[in-house]
Design a protein around this ligand. Sequence first.
Ligand code: THU
Length: 133
Amino acid sequence: MPVANKRRLILAAVKARQGAVAPYSKFKVGAALLTESGEIITGANVESASYGLTCCAERVALFKALTGGRRGFVAVAVVARLTGGATPCGACRQLLSEYAPDAVVWVADSRKLRQVREFSVKELLPAAFAEVP
Ligand code: THU
């Protein structure tokens, strides 16, 4: 994966993070997906007063991308103000394993954007549940 793509995707996640709606936790997260054709689709977390309804940035980006007809995701970047960056939660890992199984996951702290940790989706969710027979 070219370094330029990593930088571009991280910066897209930084920008997307500005759209976070996080009045309860105040923890803003931005996510950006890269398709094999080079398109970027972004999302940010949206919280609810009924806390459990909150949707993470990764899922917002994924749902936008999927409902916009995009497939073939090669990378996802996640940016939050957290030491080492925020790795996707379990629910997001499940959806990533279904719709972006071969993607690289880049996470970065919004204060240290040049320090990017890299994971594969398979590493984040080994032995994932795949489909109902
Ligand atoms: N959150 C994300 O958007 N992505 C993550 O990877 C971790 C958590 C959001 C959900 C909630 O709005 C806030 O961060 C605190 O958990």
